[in-house]
Design a binder for this molecule. Structure first.
Ligand code: ATP
Length: 363
């Protein structure tokens, strides 16, 4: 049931997309290519334009400028129902008076498919989302998780090239959401359909996506896989939005290639950047809390800090520190042994971090 693919042409391409609503610009020249068979996530805070971009791809809205291409073809003139694209909405939008089977077969019926073909496809979809025992139930009598599965099966039944998912898990409780994340990933892999998933939940994005586009205020700030975005964020917004991060302000003292020595309050730190930044430039060094080591003695490459608070959390200890310029700094250490006592509040300590685990961000 996987769609035929050549894998070279992007499944969806957004080229120079601008979307104005009156005088407000919701999307400011967005360029994106989404590959075939990809689980692609649009991630960003509320109001950044994720849903607007999804609606443009679906054809519910037209771009002010730019083109949306599906398998290399401009689809500007195609109405939503003629695009090989389906959408799963946050509220599922099921037909409550119809049974599960009727809901799943609805799109195929609208396409005028023969009865036997619809019945076979509905059975296939019921098996895919594991709802065989619920075929005759009305959807109003199902739990939230079951309704979500029906909505997925209904959207997948006509074998669209692309499935758009707009925060489809946000109405579910935590445990069910976790289960459905695994389920969605499985459905995407098994069907080979391109999934474009919208969320503001970074953990959800990291769990499922092949690649993530981080958006803010109508712009795409970075596109990459989870690891790249977490380890090598393009800027401070991305670093802060995905995971926890410390930011230290400083100035480049010297550099060799992309390895920099940065002068900060209390000392210098070796920091890695994406591009070379010349000496004298003001920069921010990003450090993830779990990449920090705390030592009692002054050591080469260590920065002095005052330990203000220690929180023991069983598996980890969190340290809340104050740097010499007054900046707050958080470090997290795994408790690898029951015999090691965490540092106590009030201690003057030093923080150490490997240059490869730092990220130099230009101000
Ligand atoms: P959320 O996670 O809250 O759904 P989002 O990132 O999906 O947010 P959008 O719904 O795409 O954001 O909205 C982006 C911006 O465009 C918002 O400021 C919103 O108010 C504005 N907007 C969206 N649709 C319209 C419209 N039809 N008319 C005017 N402004 C709109």
């Amino acid at each position: 049931m996987k769609p035929e693919t050549d894998f070279k042409t992007p499944s969806v391409a957004a080229e120079g997309i601008v979307k104005d609503f009156g005088t407000f610009t919701a999307l400011k020249r967005v360029d994106l290519t989404i590959d075939q068979n990809e689980f692609f996530t649009l991630l960003g805070p509320s109001g950044c334009g994720k849903t607007t971009l999804l609606r443009l791809i679906a054809g519910f809205e037209a771009p002010t400028e730019g083109e949306i291409k599906l398998m290399g073809e401009n689809i500007a003139t195609l109405p939503p129902f003629k695009r090989s694209i389906n959408t799963v909405f946050q509220n599922y939008a099921l037909f409550p008076h119809m049974t599960v089977s009727e809901n799943i077969g609805f799109g195929l019926k609208m396409l005028g498919k023969p009865r036997a073909e619809i019945a076979a496809r509905v059975d296939e979809m019921l098996a895919l989302v594991k709802l065989q025992d619920f075929a005759k139930r009305r959807t109003g009598q199902l739990s939230g998780g079951q309704q979500q599965r029906v909505a997925l099966a209904r959207a997948l039944a006509p074998s669209p090239r692309v499935l758009l998912l707009d925060e489809p898990l946000s109405a579910l409780d935590y445990k069910l959401r976790k289960e459905m994340q695994v389920e969605l990933k499985r459905l995407q892999t098994e069907t080979g359909i391109t999934f474009i998933f919208v969320t503001h939940d970074q953990e959800e994005a990291l769990t499922m996506s092949d690649r993530i586009a981080v958006m803010s205020a109508g712009e795409v700030l970075q596109v990459g896989d989870a690891r790249a975005i977490y380890d090598r964020p393009a800027n401070r917004f991305v670093a802060d939005f995905i995971g926890e991060a410390n930011f230290l302000e400083g100035r480049v003292e010297s550099r060799e290639g992309t390895q920099h020595r940065v002068a900060l309050a209390g000392g210098t730190l070796a920091a890695t950047g994406d591009v070379p930044v010349d000496p004298g430039a003001a920069v921010t060094v990003m450090i993830r809390p779990e990449h920090v080591q705390i030592v009692a003695e002054k050591t080469e490459g260590g920065l002095p800090a005052l330990l203000e608070r220690t929180v023991f959390l069983g598996t980890d200890t969190h340290y809340y520190l104050r740097m010499q310029d007054g900046a707050e700094f958080i470090a997290r250490e795994q408790n690898r042994s029951a015999t090691v006592t965490p540092f106590a509040p009030g201690a003057n300590v030093h923080i150490m971090v490997d240059a490869q685990s730092t990220r130099l961000l230009r101000d």
